[in-house]
Design a protein around this ligand. Structure first.
Ligand SMILES: [Zn+2]
Length: 213
């Protein structure tokens, strides 16, 4: 690490060089920046996040409002999306790298969040999986181990008491969520499916006309 004294010395030297030939120094600076683009970006990121951390809540709010307005400018979001798709793999790798780093720093916490989570019911994902025989609690189809298995919660219980219902497959978890966990609505949906099916079949096969004797 550079001491304050060394830094001042380096800056004084840079100023002497700059004053001697500004054009040349600017050219050198541009060349260095082009060659070390990633380093420059990283430095700017650190500087920006440090500046953000120093802001008062009002200043943060002003900044957020500005960013929101900026995003509404024509072409901004399109350009962002295009850039994301162009660099998709890079972004994904970055996220993986971030998770790896987090895991190395706090493996305990990471495991807690992901696998070893113990619910208020005393269950773990593994114990629930075993209890449900590895099947979705609704459709009874085998649950794939991994990200397509969902822990379903009763979101109306908000006082911190146990609210874990069961493990569900992705589709059934979505179904519950889209119906806003409303049992009556889901039941009405099932009734609707049966009623409409009967109606459609009845229209297709009209009853035989009575025979005239
Ligand atoms: Zn299911």
């Amino acid at each position: 690490m550079e001491t304050e004294e060394q830094k001042a010395h380096r800056r004084a030297l840079a100023k002497i060089r700059y004053d001697a030939d500004p054009e040349k120094q600017l050219r050198r600076q541009r060349a260095w920046r082009a060659k070390n683009a990633e380093k420059v970006r990283e430095k700017n990121r650190i500087r920006a996040s440090a500046a953000y951390a120093q802001m008062t809540p009002e200043e943060k709010e002003t900044r957020r409002a500005y960013v929101n307005e900026y995003r509404k400018r024509p072409g901004v979001m399109e350009a962002k999306r295009a850039s994301y798709h162009k660099n998709k793999e890079k972004h994904k790798e970055k996220i993986r790298e971030y998770n790896r780093k987090r895991y190395q720093e706090q493996p305990e916490r990471f495991r807690e969040v992901n696998h070893g989570m113990v619910f208020a019911t005393g269950q773990t994902i593994a114990s629930m999986y075993a209890e449900q025989d590895g099947k979705c609690a609704i459709c009874q189809r085998p649950l794939p181990k991994g990200k397509n298995t969902h822990v379903d919660h009763d979101h109306s219980i908000t006082d911190g008491s146990p609210n874990v219902r069961a493990l569900l497959c992705h589709s059934d978890n979505l179904m519950i969520g889209r119906a806003h966990e409303d049992a009556a609505r889901l039941r009405a949906g099932a009734d609707y499916l049966e009623k409409m099916h009967q109606k459609l079949r009845a229209a297709q096969d009209p009853p035989e006309p009575e025979k005239v004797v």
